[in-house]
Write a protein that binds this ligand. Structure first.
Ligand SMILES: Nc1nc2c(ncn2[C@@H]2O[C@H](COP(=O)(O)OP(=O)(O)OP(=O)(O)O)[C@@H](O)[C@H]2O)c(=O)[nH]1
Ligand SMILES: [Mg+2]
Length: 365
């Protein structure tokens, strides 16, 4: 694993925002702002600024997805398809099938998609290839719609506990750094638990970063019991009133029964302190894994009841289609996608931007 890359992500997290509200109020306090030290105007301006900032960020997320996925190998394999096959015939359908299979959409999902298109083509429902493309886009979107549920931090959960799990090297620790940046930008206080106790470097990298960025990291050194680290961290986060606790765990193969059972123990131990914890079990999946991702998710889901997914490394792969296969098989929300190694390269999953990038509406023209 690459400690250096993780450190780059972790150390690039900016100071918390909300500087505006930290400034001394320059107006006389009135009734509506009484007790807060801010006038209604101050609060209204801060609210508007916050809304604008959120809208700008959502647009930036969609743009990043369109640009990165749009230039990926996957999108390129769809790219020439309609110009090479301007006619509605079986050749076009065969090409679509090949493109979907090579993108790792998986055989069951691909067959369902293509057979549906074939039926409608034979029934002369499509006037031209553009109409067929439009229908394919709708079908792809429909597959992703059920898993489009962004992670919402419940303010009533104090702290909101996120347990990250996944096989080795998929991007768990990097994702935690990216998430920490996001949550800080949203004004949340957070604590991290260095639950990867297998490697000294894993604990160290979180500790060093925590010191630099003023984020508390709970650890117990190498070979400590991961469940006991999680327990201590939750106890401490509760006592100190943190909004969010993110627990890292060591990577493990989904076939290693003992290690998978350990994840169940971490889960149970957290539940002793807060019956609702962990509030999110976030499984990180390497988007380049291919169909094996299905087996991984099945095993992790069985062990710890996964509630959300992050699919990483979708930059520069032709295999992003695994998202469709995962969605079809499990319907577990895909919270974020990883589009690179930089801190900002974790994006809220937006199915429309994703399908738009893979199959632009203009492709059939
Ligand atoms: N290109 C690309 N690389 C990524 C992405 N996410 C993570 N990586 C890289 O993947 C490598 C492994 O990331 P880690 O965060 O260490 O993965 P991990 O799951 O914590 O690994 P273990 O703790 O060893 O199981 C690092 O080099 C990361 O920079 C992504 O979205 N895109
Ligand atoms: Mg790690």
């Amino acid at each position: 694993m690459d400690v250096g890359a993780n450190m780059a992500v972790l150390s690039a997290i900016p100071a918390p925002m909300f500087e505006f509200l930290k400034k001394k109020p320059d107006k006389v306090e009135t009734k509506a702002g009484a007790g807060t030290g801010f006038s209604p105007d101050d609060l209204a301006r801060a609210f508007t600024a916050r809304q604008e900032e959120k809208a700008a960020r959502a647009e930036a997320e969609r743009k990043a997805i369109r640009e990165t996925i749009g230039s990926s190998l996957l999108a390129r394999s769809f790219g020439g398809l309609f110009s090479r096959h301007p006619r509605l015939d079986d050749d076009l359908l065969d090409e679509i099938e090949t493109a979907l299979i090579s993108a790792d959409v998986g055989v069951p999902a691909t067959t369902a998609l293509v057979e549906q298109l074939r039926r409608r083509m034979k029934a002369r429902e499509f006037a031209d290839t553009r109409a067929l493309l439009a229908s394919l886009r709708i079908e792809l979107l429909a597959m992703l719609a059920p898993v489009s549920k962004p992670l919402v931090i419940d303010p009533a959960a104090k702290p909101f506990v996120i347990l990250t799990v996944g096989v080795n090297g998929v991007g768990k620790t990097t994702t935690i750094g990216k998430l920490a940046r996001r949550f800080q930008e949203d004004g949340h206080s957070l604590m991290l638990a260095a639950g990867d106790t297998f490697r000294a470097a894993a604990v160290e990298q979180l500790k060093i970063w925590g010191e630099r960025n003023n984020v508390v990291v709970v650890s117990q050194g190498q070979n400590a019991d991961a469940a006991s680290v999680a327990f201590d961290a939750l106890q401490s986060a509760k006592a100190r009133d943190f909004d969010i606790l993110i627990a890292d765990t060591a990577g493990r193969l989904h076939t290693q029964a003992g290690l998978m059972a350990e994840l169940g123990k971490i889960r149970r131990v957290l539940g002793k302190l807060d019956a609702a914890a962990p509030h999110e079990v976030l499984m990180v999946i390497d988007g380049t894994t291919g169909q094996n991702a299905i087996n991984q998710l099945r095993a992790f889901h069985q062990a710890v009841n996964v509630t959300g997914l992050v699919v990483t490394k979708l930059d520069g792969t032709a295999k992003g289609g695994v998202l469709f296969a995962l969605a079809r098989e499990f319907m577990i929300p895909i919270r974020y996608i990883g589009l690179g190694e930089k801190p900002e390269d974790l994006r809220v999953f937006d199915p429309e931007a994703f399908v738009d990038a893979l199959l632009p509406e203009a492709l059939g023209e």
